[in-house]
Design a protein around this ligand. Structure first.
Ligand SMILES: [Zn+2]
Length: 500
């Protein structure tokens, strides 16, 4: 358990000289709070398995938003918050944008402290804010840091801050964070309309215009964060409007316990144990919904991607997921062996995984034994990666003959060519690749691309949108052919309507 300050005298006696003790009600014990140099988060910088990054915002090109992929409980809370923060920009543009940077602010055992610093850029002025969450993987709960203090604890902190620095913008911003929800009967009546970040000139005025018209009291989101250090002390990190940076205040360890909710106490004692962080499980791949369409009557096309898995594959998978589109991957065996996780993910997300030989030779030039190995070893590697045994085989360079086709059939696969060649490997240009795909697409088309070129992956979101706009449904090759590939084993498919 944490330390409890048993008497005012013992607390006061050990207070640092620059710390302030504040008591406004006789029944309340003072707490020791001190401004401290910027406090670094004293935890690991990352937690194994935690999948976090920043990404460009689709709606505001200059903005970066934080992206958390796992665990789901943290992802939904943080990602929604990030989008909501951006929505507060009235005119997203080159002059008004938001940049966010995520990080781990402490971790111990199943507990992870997760922080996001954001900077709102408005007409050349910057306003910073910080947001901290506590995640406990043992029960998958997520708490906003300011909710770890009881109302009386918050009052104590505010009072202590008042006597320390009565009218600084820093204590104002902390008070905004610590003030209770507006529906609470003890709500502080002031600053309800005070935005998260006031402009520098307005630090002392709560009525000044500000970059954002939204009030943080609406959703309880604040501009300061509270986090525990492993010595049990509590650090309040708040934006300093005048410096566009952060100030930190520390509550001594012995005073912290009495400020906290039960949840806060539990999290704090967990952090103080300094246990090795438990790795976060990777996000489970969920299948992209299969289009509910009968391609015998509807206009379908299949996007196919050769030569992976590679450096661009994960980005392509993200783009396909975003668009809700399933595709077909013709993978090279030795690449599958090097990146089995990507192939497993392809299959798990509902894409079709095909065979594209072991190391991309011209199959017509191989001995029967070499040919058999090329096919067999690749199919085995795909199965070992966790995908179903492939029923599609695409010969490298489209180079095939009767013997190759026979061998493909004997290995339970259909030779799968294409009728639309984007020549993406040659043009390396997303616009040209898109144009070629659109110009060639017909109902039943198989479109050839490669997931090893950045330009090809860049082309995909726009290409999907334009194909959909033309009335096409995007499907995998098996769905294009009616799901049952059995009739096509040992046959050569160029498109849905051209099978030999
Ligand atoms: Zn190839």
């Amino acid at each position: 358990m944490g330390l409890v300050c048993l008497s005012i005298a013992s607390c006061a006696a050990s207070s640092q000289t620059h710390a302030a003790s504040a008591t406004t009600r006789p029944t309340e014990k003072a707490i020791s709070i001190a401004k401290v140099r910027p406090v670094s988060f004293d935890g690991p910088e990352t937690v194994e398995g935690l999948d976090v990054g920043t990404e460009k915002s689709a709606t505001a090109p200059h903005s970066s938003l934080v992206r958390v992929a796992n665990p789901d409980v943290l992802a939904s809370k943080v990602n929604l918050w990030a989008v909501e923060e951006q929505r507060k920009l009235s005119r997203p543009s080159a002059k008004e944008y938001l940049t966010m940077s995520p990080g781990v602010c402490g971790a111990s055992g199943t507990i992870v402290c997760f922080a996001v610093d954001s900077t709102r850029h408005v007409q050349g002025k910057k306003a910073v804010s910080t947001q901290i969450w506590y995640l406990d993987m043992s029960d998958k709960s997520v708490r906003q840091s300011q909710d770890l203090l009881t109302q009386s604890g918050k009052n104590k902190v505010v009072h202590a801050l008042d006597s320390l620095s009565p009218d600084t913008s820093v204590s104002m911003s902390i008070k905004r964070v610590l003030k209770p929800n507006s529906d609470s009967p003890t709500a502080t009546p002031t600053s309800d309309s005070t935005p998260v970040a006031t402009q520098s000139a307005s630090a002392s005025s709560t009525s000044a215009p500000a970059p954002s018209a939204s009030s943080d009291s609406q959703n309880g989101m604040g501009s300061a964060g509270v986090f525990f250090q492993s010595d049990g002390s509590l650090v309040l990190r708040a934006p300093n409007d005048e410096k566009n940076g952060f100030d930190s205040y520390r509550v001594a360890s012995r005073d912290v316990e009495k400020l906290l909710t039960e949840e806060g106490k539990k999290l704090r004692s967990g952090i103080m144990q300094k246990a090795n962080p438990v790795p976060i499980p990777k996000p489970e791949s969920k299948p992209i919904p299969k289009p509910d369409v009968d391609c015998r009557v509807a206009s379908c096309v299949a996007l196919t991607f050769d030569d992976g898995p590679g450096d661009q594959t994960d980005r392509l998978l993200a783009a396909l997921r975003e668009k809700g589109v399933r595709a077909t991957f013709f993978t090279i065996g030795k690449n599958v062996k090097a990146r089995p996780d990507l192939v497993k993910k392809e299959a798990a997300e509902g894409h079709s995984v095909g065979n594209h030989s072991w190391d991309h030779p011209q199959l017509t030039k191989l001995t029967p034994e070499e040919l058999r190995k090329q096919l067999k070893n690749t199919s085995n590697s795909i199965v070992e990666a966790g995908a179903p045994a492939p029923v599609l085989m695409r010969p490298p360079y489209g180079s095939s003959n009767a013997d190759v086709l026979k061998a493909i059939g004997e290995n339970g696969m259909a030779e799968t060519r294409w009728d639309v060649d984007t020549e993406d490997w040659k043009n390396k240009n997303a616009a040209v690749t898109t144009q070629r795909a659109l110009a060639g697409a017909r109902p039943g088309s198989v479109i050839l691309m490669h997931d090893i070129h950045a330009s090809s992956v860049d082309a995909v979101p726009g290409l999907i949108d334009q194909l959909k706009a033309k009335g096409y449904t995007l499907v995998t090759v098996p769905q294009l052919m009616g799901d049952d590939m059995t009739p096509y084993i040992g046959h050569r498919i160029f498109s849905q309507r051209n099978v030999k």
